[in-house]
Design a protein around this ligand. Structure first.
Ligand code: TYM
Length: 332
């Protein structure tokens, strides 16, 4: 059986990278897989979150997913802290995964920065919780943006080590699904840095809540270089900003970079940017409107998440009971 699990941190500013790298693919995979989508609030608090903001952001991210087309009736949409199995299995994985594995995680290095002694223990152990998210449902496929690839490799290693330590064939080895021309959307201000919720400059990203005028302004201001539009794929290696905008255009128009190059080769960026604005507004405008409509009724969002958590719990609980049995914990 094939089952998808994926998650997003409710830390505000859902952006075009989250949409093109993850959420849009989730929507497209819904017909082929049984899906579980999660607002990972336990992950969010690995760095400080204002409690009121966290609550608001959890609802907003849920609204964003649903507005983008995730079907919360057919599939499961919920927030992580409501299902205890995530934290319980994460502890077991803290005892399976090796410190050496976690030391290699580039995201921890980036997020902790120079003062890693001051980072939370949770930030360091973050990937083990992510492995638990996936494996507490025995998910087989995990659609994510490219930045999560290393965490997925760790989840695969952890599943394998658990299976071999305990001499079982219990966990499936989950496959990452990294899809589309924009699996790694970069900042609009610096083509060498990832588009990120936490970038100080709002001009670095297009938020899913941005209106048409804001999107237009951000795309017009997006950094480019002094040359006209590239004429060959090979040029993109040296031109990160052009490569990024081309990738976004390709993803939004469901084509590849090569096709976009053929269309715009040698032209000025201004004409290309106007078309990019039109595409982004046409895609995000209806999502934005639906998000606003959903956010006006937080009670409804809470009810969706609660019902999702009950369904998630019903899947996770018996799997965790089997895991407890394998590990040798007494039955409660
Ligand atoms: P998060 O919240 O940072 O991002 C959510 C999803 O969006 C993708 N993404 C991007 N894709 C392309 N370009 C970008 N600039 C970009 N920025 C973000 C991410 O790859 C992700 O798919 N650790 C995860 C959340 C998580 C998870 C899980 C994911 C927790 N448990 C289990 C999958 C399975 C994270 O912080 O994603």
């Amino acid at each position: 059986m094939s089952r998808i699990f994926s998650g997003v941190q409710p830390t505000g500013n859902l952006h075009l990278g989250n949409y093109l790298g993850a959420i849009r693919n989730w929507v497209r995979l819904q017909d082929q897989f049984e899906c579980i989508f999660c607002m990972v609030d336990l992950h969010a608090i690995t760095v400080w979150q204002d409690p009121k903001e966290l609550t608001r952001n959890t609802r907003e991210v849920a609204a964003g997913m649903i507005a983008a087309g995730v079907d919360a009736e057919k599939h499961i949409v919920f927030n992580q802290s409501m299902v205890p199995a995530h934290a319980q299995l994460a502890w077991i994985f803290n005892c399976v995964a090796r410190i050496g594995w976690l030391n290699r995680m580039t995201q921890f290095k980036e997020k902790a920065g120079k003062h890693k002694e001051n980072a939370s223990v949770g930030l360091y152990a973050y990937p083990n919780l992510m492995s638990a998210d996936i494996l507490t449902y025995k998910a087989t496929h995990v659609p994510v943006g490219e930045d999560q690839k290393q965490h997925l490799e760790l989840a695969r290693d952890t599943a394998q080590k658990f299976n071999s330590d305990y001499g079982v064939e219990f966990f499936p080895i989950p496959e990452p699904l990294i899809l589309g021309a924009a699996a790694r959307v970069m900042s609009l201000r610096d083509g060498t840095r990832k588009m990120s919720k936490s970038d100080e400059s709002d001009y670095s990203r297009i938020n899913m809540t941005d209106d048409a005028d804001t999107i237009a302004l951000k795309v017009r201001k997006a950094k480019t270089d002094l040359h006209p539009m590239p004429a060959a794929l090979g040029e993109l290696d040296e031109r990160p900003e052009a490569s990024n905008l081309l990738g976004i255009y390709a993803a939004l128009s469901d084509t590849d970079k090569e096709a976009v190059i053929q269309r715009f080769a040698g032209q000025q960026f201004s004409a290309f940017k106007q078309e990019l604005i039109d595409l982004a507004v046409a895609t995000l405008g209806p999502i934005n409107a639906e998000m606003k409509r959903l956010m006006a009724d937080p009670g409804h969002i809470d009810a969706v998440l609660k019902q999702g958590a009950e369904r998630a719990d019903a899947i996770a609980r018996p799997i965790l009971a089997e895991i407890y049995d394998i590990v040798g914990f007494l039955k409660p």
